[in-house]
Write a protein that binds this ligand. Structure first.
Ligand SMILES: NC(=O)c1ccc[n+]([C@@H]2O[C@H](COP(=O)([O-])OP(=O)(O)OC[C@H]3O[C@@H](n4cnc5c(N)ncnc54)[C@H](OP(=O)(O)O)[C@@H]3O)[C@@H](O)[C@H]2O)c1
Length: 256
């Protein structure tokens, strides 16, 4: 049984590279009618849209902007509805981690930025999707959380707190938006992207060995789980934080 998204459309935030790019691609592979890609830089979004259009046809649109901006969220949802006929899908993927270090020492502006992007913006986007389409027509939301939101670690406390808040936001929204909208999150461990370079680039083999399954995650590992949670195969799944982590959290491991 293929996991399919035929006839569905929506938005992936932070889709210009890494996990977001992989999720957008897998949504198209699953047959969605279209996807709106966001990110701050048009110069990185548009070439990706061109590549995806060459592969999948005119089912991709770039909507550049900052995920912190509520007006941008409303515009992106409206673009999905206008261009592809609906906004059934929302992936809160955009994330940041500029704030390494102990919580008592870390720069508070960096903490504000981390919490704003990682935990406040997903609510802003869920509200935009709800008011712009999902309240009337239903839909599914997936947010990209972290194993750092499941257990504290020594290095990236502000990030971990933001992801724990995102996990609870997921459960709260799952309750409030049911039964029309399912809301789930993925708790990823170390996935080989730019964001996580400080966790793996100096010693990829050591970082891989920290995961019981013996390798780092790849963006497609998270993307396939996201498409499952967005699809009808998960039609009785809501309020779940799904670890996609090479076995790390099950073995009691922590991120950073
Ligand atoms: N990689 C990991 O090991 C890992 C583990 C657990 C969870 N995650 C989560 O997975 C998600 C994706 O991370 P990634 O590893 O794929 O990171 P990445 O490669 O750095 O990509 C981040 C994406 O988000 C966009 N973005 C960042 N800040 C933004 C903002 N303020 N407004 C709009 N777009 C913004 C970036 O584009 P621009 O810079 O052009 O805006 C980019 O497209 C994040 O939520 C992250 O916390 C990652």
């Amino acid at each position: 049984m293929d996991v399919r998204l035929d006839g569905r459309a929506g938005v992936v935030t932070g889709a210009s590279r890494g996990i977001g790019e992989a999720i957008a691609r897998e949504i198209l592979v699953a047959g969605a009618a279209g996807v709106v890609l966001t990110g701050r830089r048009p110069e990185t979004l548009q070439p990706l849209v061109d590549d995806l259009e060459a592969e999948f046809g005119p089912r991709v649109v770039a909507e550049p902007g900052n995920v912190r901006d509520a007006d941008h969220a409303a515009v992106a949802v409206a673009t999905a509805v206008r261009t592809f006929g609906s906004c059934d899908l929302l992936v809160n993927n955009a994330g940041t981690n500029p704030s390494a270090g102990p919580l008592t020492a870390v720069d508070m502006d960096a903490v504000d930025a981390t919490w704003d992007v990682n935990q406040r913006a997903p609510l802003v986007w869920a509200r935009a999707a709800w008011h712009g389409w999902m309240a009337e027509h239903g839909g599914a939301i997936v947010s990209i959380g972290s194993v750092g939101g499941l257990a504290p670690g020594p290095m990236i406390g502000a990030y971990n707190v933001s992801k724990a808040a995102l996990h609870h936001l997921t459960r709260q929204l799952a309750l409030e938006l049911a039964p029309r909208v399912r809301v789930n999150a993925i708790a990823a461990a170390v996935v080989r992207t730019r964001l996580s370079e400080s966790l793996w680039a100096a010693d990829p083999a050591g970082a891989a060995a920290a995961h019981p399954l013996g390798r780092l995650g790849e963006p497609i590992d998270v993307a396939r789980a996201a498409v499952f949670l967005l699809s009808e195969h998960a039609s009785w799944v809501s309020g779940v934080i799904l670890p996609v982590d090479g076995g790390l959290s099950g073995a009691g491991g922590v991120l950073g």
